[in-house]
Design a protein around this ligand. Structure first.
Ligand SMILES: Nc1ncnc2c1ncn2[C@@H]1O[C@H](COP(=O)(O)OP(=O)(O)O)[C@@H](O)[C@H]1O
Ligand SMILES: Cc1cn([C@H]2C[C@H](O)[C@@H](COP(=O)(O)OP(=O)(O)O)O2)c(=O)[nH]c1=O
Length: 197
């Protein structure tokens, strides 16, 4: 079973993924809890490219390089009978790099290209849970930098979330409202997963 958490920055993915991993582990399941960008040197290079605001195409290809390796690790853990829980996956690239690339080309073309790059490494999750939060609220939970940067980030994340919502329709994500107390969010997510495991 391969479960993915998606959502904009500060939507609660890491917190909820950790709690779900603990819960499933207490039920006796073996869990591989993982994340993208990964914690490998490739993942570190990806983070550096984001920080240095490199060209969206280089960023997209770096995310895919990191993911191509990650998919191998995920496959191995699935073969070992583990439940894999990933904090972000390919839909982050579709949503974030899609939003960046639409400044260069129409979004549908950008998404087609990104889906094409994914194809040779494709490993589709059994379940994708999208945590949906007001971008401003999410930003308040993460780093607060200067006002202008925050405003630009908020506008960008609004667009990322719109794309996520289109992807939710297309790929059949479970959408959970994260504009609430984290315990309520967790309970909804736990029910979705417990009903299907
Ligand atoms: N819906 C929420 N209600 C209250 N706190 C939240 C909520 N979502 C996130 N947080 C808090 O915001 C911080 C960032 O959450 P995190 O799980 O790291 O989000 P993400 O991985 O999506 O960026 C954490 O301190 C978390 O407790
Ligand atoms: C996996 C992935 C992440 N990202 C972005 C989302 C985040 O802004 C940033 C770092 O990811 P992450 O550490 O998960 O951020 P957060 O915990 O705040 O959600 O990388 C992409 O743009 N494309 C991708 O494919």
């Amino acid at each position: 079973m391969f479960i993915v958490f998606e959502g904009i920055d500060g939507s609660g993915k890491s917190t909820i993924a950790r709690r779900i991993a603990k819960h499933l582990s207490s039920l006796g399941h073996d869990i591989f809890l993982t994340e993208e960008p990964t914690t490998t040197w490739m993942g570190k290079d990806v983070r550096r490219a984001i920080e240095e605001e490199k060209n969206p195409l280089s960023q997209a290809l770096l995310f895919f390089a990191d993911r191509a390796e990650h998919v191998e690790a995920i496959k191995k853990n699935l073969e070992d009978g583990k439940i894999v829980i990933s904090d972000r996956y390919v839909y982050s690239t579709f949503a974030y790099q899609g939003a960046q690339m639409e400044k260069l080309m129409p979004l549908d073309k950008a998404l087609k290209w990104l889906e094409g790059v994914y194809e040779p490494m494709r490993l589709d999750p059994d379940m994708v849970i999208l945590l949906k939060i007001e971008p401003r609220r999410g930003l308040d939970f993460v780093n607060t930098r200067d006002f202008k940067e925050k405003f630009e980030r908020e506008e960008f994340l609004e667009r990322v979330q719109d794309i996520y919502m289109d992807l939710a329709d297309k790929y059949g994500f479970f959408v959970v409202d994260s504009n609430r107390n984290l315990n309520e969010v967790y309970e909804d997510v736990r029910k979705i997963i417990d009903d299907r495991i």
